[in-house]
Ligand binder design. Structure first.
Ligand SMILES: Nc1ncnc2c1ncn2[C@@H]1O[C@H](COP(=O)(O)OP(=O)(O)O)[C@@H](O)[C@H]1O
Ligand SMILES: [Mg+2]
Length: 232
């Protein structure tokens, strides 16, 4: 019997057009008829030249921006139809997002940064910090919880941001060049960590990367080119 897995994420016929600006900047059709499906347990790498629209695509998938037309379905939910408040709730509930530049709050401790998504959804502070300690352990930083994030190395900061992304137990992991700012050895460790957590939690993951070795270790590699995703 064939195993049928329903995709966690489906982008259907996405179009994204930026209107010309009054300043004279030209309009841009970034995506045309772009489709993507990602199943639970699958890690899809997205590669493409700088400016191809990789970050913009992740923004659409995370309901941080809306397409001009088309659908983004997470399960049965069309996230393009959500209000700003509903989109924020959707992200907090279903999405783990790892950015190239981690966006940690430098004055807060590693523990507080990791706990932030739980605090945002109203989990009591003590409980949130206990969970954060468990997650810091999982990313190998159990002894750094009380350091301010601004005092940590680039690789450590990215580990903290991975713990922050996954503490809410999301279905979907979106990572935008998470190792782009790290030296080779550190990048390798951070990628191994991401891949390990992806597998352990059977996430549906999209990894934007310029590193073709990392891309080759994903389940599929897609190239964003001329507004569409094509097998690489
Ligand atoms: N709000 C916007 N208005 C107009 N153009 C934009 C806007 N946001 C992004 N772009 C353009 O979309 C293109 C893709 O950007 P981006 O998604 O950051 O590419 P990548 O992540 O692949 O380097 C770029 O040409 C960028 O200038
Ligand atoms: Mg980008």
């Amino acid at each position: 019997m064939a195993i049928v897995t329903t995709p966690v994420l489906r982008a259907l016929a996405l179009e994204k057009t930026y209107a010309p600006l009054a300043s004279g900047a030209q309009g841009l059709q970034l995506f045309r008829d772009l489709s993507l499906e990602v199943a639970a347990g699958e890690m899809v790498a997205v590669v493409g030249e700088s400016g191809a629209g990789k970050s913009s695509l992740l923004h659409l998938l995370a309901a941080l921006d809306k397409p001009t037309s088309g659908q983004v379905l997470c399960g049965d939910l069309d996230v393009t139809l959500l209000t700003a408040k509903q989109a924020a709730e959707f992200r907090n509930r279903d999405i783990g997002y790892v950015w190239q530049f981690h966006y940690l709050l430098p004055e807060f401790t590693a523990l507080e940064n990791v706990a932030m998504p739980l605090l945002a959804r109203g989990v009591p502070r003590k409980q949130a910090l206990t969970q954060a300690a468990l997650w810091l352990d999982r990313v190998g930083l159990g002894d750094r919880g009380h350091h301010r994030s601004g005092e940590l190395s680039g690789g450590e900061q990215q580990r903290v941001s991975i713990a922050r992304a996954l503490i809410t137990q999301p279905k979907l992991l979106l990572a935008d060049e998470p190792t782009g700012d790290l030296d080779n050895t550190t990048a390798q460790r951070v990628f191994d960590l991401l891949l390990g957590l992806h597998r352990e939690h059977s996430l549906a993951s999209v990894l934007v990367t310029h590193n073709l070795d990392f891309a080759a270790r994903c389940d599929r590699v897609l190239r964003l080119r001329e507004g569409r995703l094509i097998p690489a």
